[in-house]
Design a protein around this ligand. Sequence first.
Ligand code: ADP
Ligand code: MG
Length: 283
Amino acid sequence: MPIIEVDNLTYYYPGSSKPALANISLNVEKGDFLLITGPSGSGKSTLVRTFNGLIPHLFGGRFEGKVLVKGKDTRYCSVAELSKTVGIVFQDPENQILTLSVEREIAFGLENLGLPRKVIRERMEKVLKDLNIVHLRERIPIELSVGEQQKVIVASIIAMMPEVLVFDEPTAHMDPLSALKFLELVHELNKRGYTVVVVEHRLDLVAKYANKIIILNNGRIVVKGEPRNILPSDIAEECGVDVPRYIRFFKRISNLAKISRYPISDEEAAETLKEVLGYGRSY
Ligand SMILES: Nc1ncnc2c1ncn2[C@@H]1O[C@H](COP(=O)(O)OP(=O)(O)O)[C@@H](O)[C@H]1O
Ligand SMILES: [Mg+2]
């Protein structure tokens, strides 16, 4: 059974006559790293809001089709209950920060779950260590860098032990190096067993970690599959996705140089170039 199953979902925000999502069907399986991308306004945030029931419970609107989380129809589960399975990290950490210390921030959700103090302490110590933020424990979250704030939010979510971690443009306010490091952390979490869904534009940094990609445009899935197969397609470029430069490069020269497969990372791009130039071959 998929962890998240979206079945022919069409959704209108209250008062809107245009659907923000139209006929969406997808599955998120255990262990997946699903990358969702697409131009601004294409429905990415709307889609992830359906994964923990914020849509329809908080936003209202017209909701057709269904979303199942571990087989349960989200229309009949509370956001609190769904959040035990699906934790979401939104784009602007400031809007998600609720307290005045990193420790309090992590304890907050656990206290709401009604866990005993001892368990809260244990989980706190574990996530501080796991995310390498022990040194931040007494800091005031809003005074941290965006990258550190995002880590604190991830820590507060992981402490609640969800199975799926969803990130909605987590690196939007980060410089390139912080974004790279943050996406490495997301990859690491996926390797440690979390199922991951990431909405991201920086495909050059993240596509190599994903086993599935979905491109949204105008509330519809235009294409889905493996990043290596999808990103070189014309449709990806046509709908304004930021296709990694090395893929565009090999596409441009594809009539001159046949390659066995498109690269999906800088490292692979270097190997592909060597192959094309005839290096690394033994004569
Ligand atoms: N809270 C809201 N109320 C009404 N319309 C919204 C709301 N949030 C987003 N929309 C609309 O839904 C569409 C999809 O938006 P969104 O999911 O935020 O796209 P993305 O995350 O891909 O940029 C857009 O047309 C946007 O204007
Ligand atoms: Mg968005």
